[in-house]
Design a protein around this ligand. Structure first.
Ligand code: 13P
Length: 343
């Protein structure tokens, strides 16, 4: 393991004012996104859409890295340049989703375990040769009646640790993503309790597997009310509780926390990140973003699958990237949404 390579890459991914674009939807998930704008899920549609995002002029001021899907890593721009090379020309680091999805956990029908460890060592070597410098693995924790079970949390934490160790051996920075879903009518208290338990197990497992904490990034959910909960916590409460939970469970050696958006609307995801950085400027780690939907939704709608709307799609993506960049230092405010052409 080359500790310098890992820590340098991890820090570059959370460089000031920058965050990560998650554009690693599996073919099944991107099908749903494309269906929402009535575009057929062909390989060319997926390439055109990702190309639009990845080639947005000026986005490199706000975006440090892009997480791609297996297929995307091998795709090229119209000019024939492989996506990883096109990104690297602009100083953007390529990442790759390496899990093979969350599957039903045996004997726990409402819960999931993420798969993909078999053969991972060889896949990581191949991904590094093709230009990837970091990776992502997402574990899914569901809050419900009697869930999450200890079995689910421990099994997912174990898998995350084995994935992270394999990544570091291959000199790829692992993004460790334990996502406590916001689906359900649970309170913010319950989200905080489950997030705390999950993070506790994840860091126990990482330590047990000798993972270098300086060479990972954590990608957690925010501590937030369940989508269906009658009482929705306000922005400052989400910020306060999220940072409190992280301070209790995430070692200061970790260079950065890059949140997922998890179904929050785009402006809310920005407002939450902004509040965390405004209220808690002295955090031990960088607090940044690795959003999928919250960075892409407005761009997807503005583009609409039409070549002549490429500029509108890029304008929308640029705007969200810039807004989240401002939120990295608590400099965003809602007024920016009105002036900056939210498409
Ligand atoms: P969302 O921001 O849409 O939750 O996606 C982030 C991600 O990469 C989930 O694995």
């Amino acid at each position: 393991m080359n500790e310098d390579t890992l820590t340098t890459t991890a820090r570059a991914l959370v460089a000031p004012n920058k965050g990560i674009l998650a554009a690693d939807e599996s073919t099944g998930t991107i099908a749903k996104r494309l269906a929402s704008i009535k575009v057929e899920n062909t390989e060319e549609a997926r390439r055109s859409y990702r190309q639009m995002l990845l080639t947005t002029p000026g986005a490199e001021a706000f975006i440090s890295g892009v997480i791609m899907y297996h297929e995307t890593l091998g795709q090229r721009t119209d000019a024939g340049v492989p996506f990883p090379a096109a990104l690297s020309e602009r100083g953007i680091i390529s990442g790759i989703k390496v899990d093979t999805g969350a599957k039903p956990l045996a004997l726990h029908s409402d819960e999931k375990i993420t798969e993909g460890l078999d053969g991972l060592r060889d896949r990581l070597t191949d991904y590094r040769e093709r230009g990837a410098r970091f990776a992502k693995w997402r574990a899914v924790i569901t809050i419900g009646d009697g869930t999450p079970s200890e079995a689910c949390i421990v099994a997912n934490a174990h898998a995350l640790a084995r994935y992270a160790a394999l990544c570091q051996e291959a000199e790829l920075v692992p993004i460790v993503e334990p996502e406590v879903l916001m689906d359900g009518d649970h309170s913010i208290d319950r989200c905080e309790e489950v997030t705390a338990r999950t993070l506790g197990e994840v860091f126990t497992a990482l330590r047990r597997h000798d993972v270098l904490l300086e060479g990972i990034l954590l990608k957690p959910n925010m501590v937030i009310s369940g989508k269906g909960c009658a009482t929705q916590a306000k922005v400052d409460e989400v910020a306060r509780r999220t940072v409190r939970c992280l301070l209790r469970h995430v070692p200061a050696a970790v260079p950065g926390v890059v949140f997922l958006s998890g179904g929050q609307d785009d402006v809310t995801a920005t407002a939450h990140l902004n509040a965390m950085n405004r209220l808690h400027a002295d955090n031990p780690w960088e607090l940044s973003f690795s959003y999928g939907r919250a960075l892409q939704q407005s761009a997807l709608s503005a583009w609409g699958g039409k070549a002549d709307q490429l500029g509108a799609g890029q304008k929308a993506f640029f705007h969200r990237a810039k807004a989240n960049s401002a939120a990295r230092s608590g400099r965003w405010d809602e007024g920016l949404e009105k002036t900056a052409g939210k498409v």
